[in-house]
Design a protein around this ligand. Structure first.
Ligand code: DC
Length: 223
């Protein structure tokens, strides 16, 4: 496998992108990068600084301080300026605000540049919304996962109900629908399927059968 081999996995939230991406990275000895975690990291930073509150976002402040935000991954955990924020970035407070932050072009440019650096020298599986369309338009393999929003809400609810006993299925469903809308209608890098991406209906697969299906695709295409 060449050094900068890239697998791009895009799709809406809770379609199983990260489960597939992690499993592929581990089967193929590649690095996994969760680009959504990076948008969540910037959102958390803005909240910590009080630039993003119920009253709104101080966009100019955040944009002028992007160089103060250092995001790194170690063992699939996200570190924000040296602190492990992997759990905090999954809170409802971050989930409800992240699409606003992700719609800002300066923030996208800041994170896309870092994503391209990560993919330049190593074999990477990256998941997100614009990986096959914007970040790596020449990716070796592009996958686009989709599934019904009710199914995705249930999936996400099952995942987090143990850690967050307050959250309801309905809140998660509303959050997913709102993010789908914001992520697919924003002007910069909306969530769309790249013309050369392979679309996979996540409801037709278990995690294991999805992995096997994609491994088969890879072995047919690259052997
Ligand atoms: O994958 P996720 O749900 O953790 O992503 C969080 C948010 O970040 C999502 O609502 C949209 C945004 N995002 C994006 O705009 N571009 C990406 N490549 C990844 C995520």
């Amino acid at each position: 496998m060449k050094k900068s081999f890239i697998i791009a996995i895009d799709g809406a939230s809770s379609t199983g992108k990260s489960t597939l991406a992690k499993a592929l990275a581990s089967s193929l000895n590649m690095v996994y990068v969760d680009s959504g975690a990076m948008y969540r990291g910037v959102t958390l930073y803005a909240q910590q600084q009080q630039w993003l509150t119920e009253a709104g976002l101080d966009k100019e402040k955040l944009i002028s301080h992007l160089d103060d935000i250092h995001l790194t991954f170690t063992n699939n955990k996200l570190f924000l300026n040296g602190a492990d924020v992997s759990s905090e970035i999954r809170s409802m407070a971050v989930s409800n605000a992240v699409s606003i932050v992700a719609s800002i072009s300066e923030i996208r440019a800041f994170l896309v540049a870092q994503q391209r650096i990560i993919g330049a020298t190593q074999a990477v599986v990256m998941d997100g919304r614009d990986i096959g369309t914007v970040v790596f338009p020449d990716a070796d393999l592009k996958l686009f996962l989709f599934a019904d929003d009710q199914v995705r809400a249930q999936r996400r609810f099952n995942e987090i109900k143990e850690q967050d006993t307050e959250v309801t299925l309905n809140q998660i469903h509303q959050n997913i629908k709102q993010r789908d809308y914001l992520d697919s209608t924003r002007a910069d890098s909306p969530l769309i399927q790249a013309p050369d991406a392979i679309a996979l209906d996540a409801t037709q697969f278990t995690a294991e059968s999805m992995l096997n299906h994609v491994l088969e695709l890879i072995s047919k295409r690259f052997s």
